[in-house]
Design a protein around this ligand. Structure first.
Ligand code: 5GP
Length: 220
Protein backbone atom coordinates (compact mmCIF):
# COMPACT_ATOMS: atom_id res chain seq x y z
CA UNK A 1 0.00 0.00 0.00
CA UNK A 2 1.30 3.45 -0.84
CA UNK A 3 1.76 5.83 2.04
CA UNK A 4 1.36 8.85 -0.22
CA UNK A 5 -1.29 11.27 1.06
CA UNK A 6 -3.68 12.82 -1.39
CA UNK A 7 -4.16 16.49 -0.65
CA UNK A 8 -7.66 17.77 -1.29
CA UNK A 9 -8.00 21.39 -2.32
CA UNK A 10 -10.55 23.30 -0.30
CA UNK A 11 -12.33 25.91 -2.36
CA UNK A 12 -13.58 28.94 -0.50
CA UNK A 13 -16.32 31.13 -1.88
CA UNK A 14 -16.51 34.39 0.02
CA UNK A 15 -19.60 36.53 -0.58
CA UNK A 16 -19.04 39.90 -2.21
CA UNK A 17 -20.94 42.77 -3.78
CA UNK A 18 -20.80 43.06 -7.53
CA UNK A 19 -18.98 45.97 -9.14
CA UNK A 20 -19.70 48.35 -11.98
CA UNK A 21 -16.91 48.37 -14.54
CA UNK A 22 -17.09 51.41 -16.81
CA UNK A 23 -15.22 51.71 -20.08
CA UNK A 24 -15.14 55.15 -21.71
CA UNK A 25 -13.18 56.41 -24.69
CA UNK A 26 -13.62 58.56 -27.74
CA UNK A 27 -15.73 56.79 -30.35
CA UNK A 28 -13.55 54.36 -32.33
CA UNK A 29 -10.89 53.67 -29.67
CA UNK A 30 -11.87 50.00 -29.41
CA UNK A 31 -14.25 49.84 -26.44
CA UNK A 32 -16.65 47.49 -28.22
CA UNK A 33 -13.90 44.98 -29.09
CA UNK A 34 -12.57 45.08 -25.53
CA UNK A 35 -16.07 44.68 -24.06
CA UNK A 36 -16.83 41.65 -26.25
CA UNK A 37 -13.61 39.96 -25.22
CA UNK A 38 -14.29 40.66 -21.54
CA UNK A 39 -17.73 39.01 -21.74
CA UNK A 40 -16.61 35.96 -23.71
CA UNK A 41 -15.20 33.81 -20.91
CA UNK A 42 -16.57 35.40 -17.76
CA UNK A 43 -19.91 34.24 -16.42
CA UNK A 44 -19.89 36.71 -13.52
CA UNK A 45 -19.82 39.67 -15.93
CA UNK A 46 -22.70 40.95 -18.05
CA UNK A 47 -23.15 43.99 -20.24
CA UNK A 48 -25.47 46.83 -19.34
CA UNK A 49 -27.75 47.40 -22.33
CA UNK A 50 -28.48 51.11 -22.71
CA UNK A 51 -31.58 52.83 -24.00
CA UNK A 52 -30.99 55.23 -26.88
CA UNK A 53 -32.83 57.48 -29.30
CA UNK A 54 -30.12 56.83 -31.94
CA UNK A 55 -31.19 54.85 -35.03
CA UNK A 56 -29.79 51.29 -35.18
CA UNK A 57 -26.67 50.76 -37.32
CA UNK A 58 -26.62 47.86 -39.78
CA UNK A 59 -26.36 44.63 -37.80
CA UNK A 60 -27.33 46.11 -34.44
CA UNK A 61 -30.02 44.19 -32.59
CA UNK A 62 -32.71 45.77 -30.41
CA UNK A 63 -32.44 44.53 -26.82
CA UNK A 64 -28.88 43.28 -27.34
CA UNK A 65 -26.84 46.27 -28.52
CA UNK A 66 -29.29 48.90 -27.29
CA UNK A 67 -32.94 49.38 -26.55
CA UNK A 68 -33.73 51.60 -29.52
CA UNK A 69 -36.61 53.98 -28.89
CA UNK A 70 -38.32 57.23 -29.83
CA UNK A 71 -37.55 60.35 -27.75
CA UNK A 72 -41.07 60.19 -26.20
CA UNK A 73 -40.41 56.71 -24.83
CA UNK A 74 -36.95 57.74 -23.58
CA UNK A 75 -38.46 60.73 -21.76
CA UNK A 76 -40.93 58.42 -20.09
CA UNK A 77 -38.03 56.39 -18.62
CA UNK A 78 -36.40 59.62 -17.39
CA UNK A 79 -39.64 60.89 -15.81
CA UNK A 80 -40.30 57.56 -14.12
CA UNK A 81 -36.76 57.67 -12.71
CA UNK A 82 -35.96 54.32 -14.32
CA UNK A 83 -32.51 55.36 -15.58
CA UNK A 84 -29.43 55.27 -13.37
CA UNK A 85 -27.83 57.94 -15.55
CA UNK A 86 -28.57 59.56 -18.88
CA UNK A 87 -26.90 62.02 -21.21
CA UNK A 88 -27.04 63.61 -24.63
CA UNK A 89 -24.15 62.34 -26.77
CA UNK A 90 -23.75 63.44 -30.42
CA UNK A 91 -27.31 64.82 -30.62
CA UNK A 92 -28.89 61.57 -29.37
CA UNK A 93 -29.96 60.51 -25.88
CA UNK A 94 -28.47 57.53 -24.10
CA UNK A 95 -29.26 56.10 -20.65
CA UNK A 96 -28.69 53.11 -18.37
CA UNK A 97 -31.75 51.21 -17.10
CA UNK A 98 -31.44 50.92 -13.28
CA UNK A 99 -33.14 47.64 -12.48
CA UNK A 100 -30.70 45.14 -14.14
CA UNK A 101 -27.79 46.91 -12.45
CA UNK A 102 -29.37 46.82 -8.99
CA UNK A 103 -30.18 43.15 -9.38
CA UNK A 104 -26.71 42.13 -10.61
CA UNK A 105 -24.90 43.98 -7.81
CA UNK A 106 -27.09 42.45 -5.13
CA UNK A 107 -26.34 38.96 -6.51
CA UNK A 108 -22.59 39.53 -6.45
CA UNK A 109 -22.38 39.79 -10.24
CA UNK A 110 -20.49 42.48 -12.13
CA UNK A 111 -21.73 44.77 -14.87
CA UNK A 112 -19.79 46.27 -17.74
CA UNK A 113 -20.79 49.70 -19.06
CA UNK A 114 -19.85 51.36 -22.34
CA UNK A 115 -20.88 54.91 -21.48
CA UNK A 116 -19.44 58.40 -21.91
CA UNK A 117 -17.84 60.73 -19.31
CA UNK A 118 -21.14 62.41 -18.45
CA UNK A 119 -22.71 59.09 -17.49
CA UNK A 120 -19.56 58.06 -15.60
CA UNK A 121 -19.70 61.26 -13.51
CA UNK A 122 -23.34 60.55 -12.62
CA UNK A 123 -22.56 56.94 -11.66
CA UNK A 124 -19.58 58.07 -9.58
CA UNK A 125 -21.87 60.34 -7.55
CA UNK A 126 -24.52 57.66 -7.06
CA UNK A 127 -22.49 54.49 -6.75
CA UNK A 128 -19.28 55.37 -4.91
CA UNK A 129 -17.11 52.33 -4.24
CA UNK A 130 -19.16 50.04 -6.51
CA UNK A 131 -17.74 51.89 -9.50
CA UNK A 132 -14.45 51.07 -11.23
CA UNK A 133 -13.78 53.31 -14.21
CA UNK A 134 -11.35 52.79 -17.07
CA UNK A 135 -10.53 55.27 -19.81
CA UNK A 136 -9.33 53.82 -23.13
CA UNK A 137 -7.02 56.07 -25.14
CA UNK A 138 -6.26 55.51 -28.83
CA UNK A 139 -2.55 55.28 -29.74
CA UNK A 140 -2.86 58.33 -32.04
CA UNK A 141 -5.39 60.66 -33.66
CA UNK A 142 -4.59 59.13 -37.04
CA UNK A 143 -5.35 55.62 -35.77
CA UNK A 144 -8.66 56.84 -34.34
CA UNK A 145 -9.73 58.41 -37.63
CA UNK A 146 -8.72 55.28 -39.53
CA UNK A 147 -10.80 53.09 -37.23
CA UNK A 148 -13.85 55.34 -37.51
CA UNK A 149 -13.61 55.36 -41.31
CA UNK A 150 -13.00 51.62 -41.63
CA UNK A 151 -16.08 50.90 -39.54
CA UNK A 152 -18.00 52.07 -42.63
CA UNK A 153 -21.20 52.23 -40.62
CA UNK A 154 -21.38 55.97 -40.35
CA UNK A 155 -21.50 58.70 -43.00
CA UNK A 156 -18.50 61.05 -43.58
CA UNK A 157 -20.45 63.71 -41.72
CA UNK A 158 -20.90 61.50 -38.65
CA UNK A 159 -17.20 60.48 -38.72
CA UNK A 160 -16.19 64.16 -38.84
CA UNK A 161 -18.51 64.96 -35.93
CA UNK A 162 -17.07 62.09 -33.86
CA UNK A 163 -13.49 63.17 -34.61
CA UNK A 164 -14.25 66.72 -33.55
CA UNK A 165 -15.71 65.44 -30.26
CA UNK A 166 -12.76 63.10 -29.57
CA UNK A 167 -10.58 65.78 -28.02
CA UNK A 168 -13.38 66.85 -25.66
CA UNK A 169 -14.01 63.24 -24.58
CA UNK A 170 -10.27 62.63 -24.06
CA UNK A 171 -10.02 65.73 -21.85
CA UNK A 172 -11.86 63.74 -19.12
CA UNK A 173 -9.19 61.05 -18.82
CA UNK A 174 -8.07 62.17 -15.36
CA UNK A 175 -11.52 61.55 -13.85
CA UNK A 176 -11.03 57.78 -14.28
CA UNK A 177 -9.47 55.21 -11.91
CA UNK A 178 -7.43 53.58 -14.68
CA UNK A 179 -6.19 54.64 -18.11
CA UNK A 180 -5.17 52.11 -20.78
CA UNK A 181 -3.78 52.77 -24.27
CA UNK A 182 -5.21 50.61 -27.02
CA UNK A 183 -2.14 50.26 -29.24
CA UNK A 184 -2.27 46.47 -29.06
CA UNK A 185 -5.82 45.22 -28.50
CA UNK A 186 -4.81 41.84 -26.98
CA UNK A 187 -2.56 43.50 -24.41
CA UNK A 188 -5.23 46.05 -23.68
CA UNK A 189 -7.79 43.28 -23.04
CA UNK A 190 -5.32 41.58 -20.67
CA UNK A 191 -4.86 44.85 -18.78
CA UNK A 192 -8.61 45.38 -18.41
CA UNK A 193 -9.01 41.76 -17.25
CA UNK A 194 -6.23 42.25 -14.69
CA UNK A 195 -7.96 45.38 -13.35
CA UNK A 196 -11.25 43.48 -12.97
CA UNK A 197 -9.52 40.56 -11.26
CA UNK A 198 -7.79 42.81 -8.74
CA UNK A 199 -10.90 44.92 -8.07
CA UNK A 200 -12.94 41.77 -7.38
CA UNK A 201 -10.79 40.87 -4.39
CA UNK A 202 -10.79 44.32 -2.82
CA UNK A 203 -11.59 44.03 0.86
CA UNK A 204 -14.44 46.56 0.74
CA UNK A 205 -16.46 44.43 -1.72
CA UNK A 206 -16.04 41.14 0.13
CA UNK A 207 -19.01 41.21 2.44
CA UNK A 208 -18.37 37.64 3.58
CA UNK A 209 -14.84 38.28 4.87
CA UNK A 210 -15.76 39.07 8.46
CA UNK A 211 -17.61 35.78 8.96
CA UNK A 212 -14.87 33.87 7.18
CA UNK A 213 -12.06 35.39 9.25
CA UNK A 214 -14.03 34.98 12.51
CA UNK A 215 -14.46 31.28 11.74
CA UNK A 216 -10.74 30.96 10.90
CA UNK A 217 -9.77 32.56 14.19
CA UNK A 218 -12.06 30.23 16.09
CA UNK A 219 -10.19 27.32 14.57
CA UNK A 220 -12.64 26.20 11.86
P1 5GP B 1 -22.57 54.87 -30.18
O1 5GP B 1 -23.64 55.72 -30.79
O2 5GP B 1 -21.30 54.90 -30.97
O3 5GP B 1 -23.04 53.47 -29.89
O4 5GP B 1 -22.22 55.52 -28.77
C1 5GP B 1 -21.87 56.87 -28.70
C2 5GP B 1 -21.39 57.20 -27.30
O5 5GP B 1 -22.46 57.08 -26.36
C3 5GP B 1 -20.27 56.28 -26.82
O6 5GP B 1 -19.23 57.09 -26.28
C4 5GP B 1 -20.92 55.46 -25.73
O7 5GP B 1 -19.99 55.14 -24.71
C5 5GP B 1 -21.97 56.42 -25.22
N1 5GP B 1 -23.07 55.72 -24.54
C6 5GP B 1 -23.66 54.56 -24.90
N2 5GP B 1 -24.62 54.22 -24.03
C7 5GP B 1 -24.63 55.17 -23.07
C8 5GP B 1 -25.40 55.37 -21.88
O8 5GP B 1 -26.26 54.59 -21.50
N3 5GP B 1 -25.12 56.48 -21.17
C9 5GP B 1 -24.16 57.39 -21.53
N4 5GP B 1 -23.96 58.42 -20.73
N5 5GP B 1 -23.43 57.23 -22.64
C10 5GP B 1 -23.65 56.13 -23.41
Amino acid sequence: MSNQTVETVETVDIDRRGLMLVLSSPSGAGKTTISRAMLEDDDRLSMSVSATTRAPRPGEVDGKDYYFMEPVEFNLLVNRDELLEHAKVFSNYYGTPSEPVREALANGNDILFDIDWQGTQQLAQKSGDDLVSIFVLPPSTKALEKRLKSRAQDSDEVVAERMSKASEEISHWAEYDYVVVNDDVDRCIQEVKAILQAERVRRIRRTGLLTFVDALREGY
